[in-house]
Ligand binder design. Structure first.
Ligand SMILES: Nc1ncnc2c1ncn2[C@@H]1O[C@H](COP(=O)(O)OP(=O)(O)OP(=O)(O)O)[C@@H](O)[C@H]1O
Ligand SMILES: [Mg+2]
Length: 281
């Protein structure tokens, strides 16, 4: 993974109203080009507020947010920042503006003044990348939740972004829809080098990321690789978070007197450990 810094957040604080408590409290964070970063944290811990600061939807009260060196406070840069940092939100039904898939994917491109021929090319290639080719004339409201989110992603891809933020973008989907959206995103991350920030309550999903940060009361309170973060299950529970399936399983086994290596934190590793145990019986 390249260590080129794509986003630099320094001492960022934000509150929604002058007399409200801080929703972000001196947050500093770097996001590297090509990585998949998961942001976890209890409801109201500041995850969405941080995401909105990263693409300049809201501006810092104090501190700075730089995207590829562009400052979100710089009015001349904001349009370019919004193009580079795409956001997919939780509710697939709130993201549509047009009556056909084509209108929707074109919407962002039209706003960014991309010419017609280029738009046609990018539309076809973006829909292909999210496995929705040939759906240009379909009506968005007739699509499944997972398909809707993939069309929303196509609209972002068409703008050739550096980074896509998924703000609980799979939480309203059924397991198949979730799987489809995540596999498309993993593919875009791997083959196109698109950086992904995934805000999620699903700790199994976070386990598949390169790095995790956990937030509490507007601050980053834990940060590390999944392996590092899941070494402290008690801390995650304190933060009001669930645990990945493999960790819960390991704990249940240990309560039964079956000790599994604390290094096993993915389902695959757990299965491997259980095989080893089985052969010793
Ligand atoms: N539009 C708003 N106006 C006023 N306060 C807000 C607004 N949006 C969020 N807040 C407050 O800011 C804090 C952080 O909220 P935020 O939505 O960033 O949390 P979150 O971690 O995304 O939570 P969730 O997991 O529920 O999506 C909370 O105290 C919340 O009540
Ligand atoms: Mg949120």
């Amino acid at each position: 993974m390249s260590r080129e810094r794509l986003i630099e957040v320094k001492d960022l604080s934000f509150r929604y109203k002058a007399d409200a408590p801080l929703s972000l409290d001196r947050v500093s964070l770097e996001v590297y080009a090509g990585e998949w970063l998961a942001i976890i944290g209890h409801n109201g811990s500041g995850k969405s507020t941080l995401a909105k600061c990263l693409n300049g939807l809201i501006l810092p009260e104090t501190g700075t947010v730089l995207v590829d060196g562009l400052n979100t406070r710089d009015e001349d840069a904001i349009w370019e920042i919004r193009r580079r940092v795409g956001m997919v939100f939780q509710n697939p039904d709130n993201q549509f503006v047009g009556t056909t898939v084509q209108d929707d994917v074109a919407f962002g491109m039209e706003n960014h003044g991309i010419d017609r021929d280029e738009m046609v090319k990018r539309m076809a290639s973006a829909l292909k990348l999210v496995n929705m080719e040939g759906t240009e004339n379909r009506e968005p409201h007739r699509l499944s939740g997972g398909q809707k989110q993939r069309v929303a992603i196509a609209g972002i891809i068409a703008l050739q972004p550096s980074i896509i933020i998924l703000d609980e973008a799979t939480s309203m989907l059924d397991p198949k829809g979730r799987e489809d959206v995540l596999s498309v995103m993993h593919e875009l991350n791997k083959t196109k080098g698109i950086t992904v920030i995934s805000i999620t309550h699903d700790l199994d999903e976070a386990a598949g990321s390169d790095r995790i940060i956990a937030m509490e009361k507007g601050r980053i309170v834990l940060s590390g690789t999944p392996r590092e973060v899941f070494q402290h299950p008690e801390r995650l529970l304190e933060l009001g978070l669930d645990l990945p399936f493999a960790i819960k399983m390991r704990q249940a086994l240990s309560e039964q007197g079956i000790a599994v290596s604390p290094d096993a934190f993915s389902e695959e590793e757990l299965v491997e450990e259980l095989w080893k145990l089985k052969s010793t019986i």
